[in-house]
Design a protein around this ligand. Structure first.
Ligand code: ARG
Length: 262
């Protein structure tokens, strides 16, 4: 009898210990609790892009700087995975990533499957086309083939415009290539990103279209992730301390670096 009680106690203690260790891992996406794994689609300068100038092929940008700041505050290592935009929500759902920063807009549709932080930056949609195309608004796209990023709000927006043929593509650089090659007549993308591509491709122009529906960027998490409650106060602190403004000036300001080539 005594022996049985001893073994029962031992087993329970062991179970409890395992439970505690599991509960202490806040990441979920990473086995090492001190590492935060961020998934992004690094085709979106100045939010995130591969820095080819340094030869290091490092992923840099506005989102990356924010993520680094937050990871440092949480005393965690930051690991960045580069995947197609359309694969970001699945990465969260399968817990391969702890969070996503990809200039992602918190839409009602996405909120059904993932959680979002507060919005940290706003943007508007634009039409990018060859110089002189004069495509100023949604109506002017009637009858045209329009490139959009697969899985983006721009894809949804394009599908909502009557009489246009949307061509969803994986990467923003592919979209620019399609436009330059004349395989699509226009692109819909966000103003801040369009600006950079126009600076490095002088044969293109862009026109901002009045914003309809949802816009802005927020950090995405797996549903019910406890990271959201940790990230939001840090984002708020970045806004009130001027850190966010500093990063906005660094990446979107007059002297912001223009990424080389499309
Ligand atoms: N804001 C848009 C969206 O959420 C586009 C974001 C695209 N981001 C990227 N890294 N390619 O759908």
């Amino acid at each position: 009898m005594k022996r049985l009680r001893f073994w029962l106690t031992a087993c329970l203690t062991a179970l409890l210990a395992v439970g505690l260790v599991t509960a202490c891992n806040p990441g979920g996406g990473s086995s090492d609790s001190n590492t935060l794994t961020m998934a992004t689609s690094a085709d979106y300068p100045p939010y995130e892009f591969v820095d080819s100038s340094s030869g290091s092929q490092e992923i840099v940008g506005f989102d990356v700087d924010i993520a680094k700041y937050i990871a440092e505050k949480l005393e965690s290592e930051l690991k960045i995975d580069n995947v197609d935009f359309n694969g970001l929500i699945p990465a969260l759902q399968s817990k391969r990533a702890d969070f996503v920063m990809a200039g992602m807009t918190p839409t009602a549709e996405r909120k059904k499957s993932i959680d979002f932080s507060a919005i940290y930056y706003n943007a508007q949609n634009t039409i990018v086309a060859k110089k002189g195309s004069n495509l100023m608004n949604a109506e002017s796209l009637t009858g045209k083939t329009v490139g959009v990023q697969l899985g983006s709000i721009q894809e949804t927006a394009a599908k909502d415009i009557k009489g246009i043929q949307a061509k969803p593509l994986n990467r923003i650089s592919e979209m620019v290539q399609e436009l330059k090659a004349g395989r699509v007549e226009a692109l819909i993308m966000e103003d801040t990103v369009a600006k950079g591509f126009i600076a490095s491709n002088p044969d293109l122009e862009f026109n901002t279209i009045p914003s309809t529906g949802e816009s802005g960027s927020a950090i995405a998490f797996p549903k019910d992730s406890e990271l959201r409650a940790k990230f939001d106060p840090i984002l708020a602190e970045m806004k009130s301390s001027g850190k966010m403004e500093e990063l906005i000036a660094k990446w979107f300001g007059e002297d912001a670096p223009v990424p080389k080539k499309s």
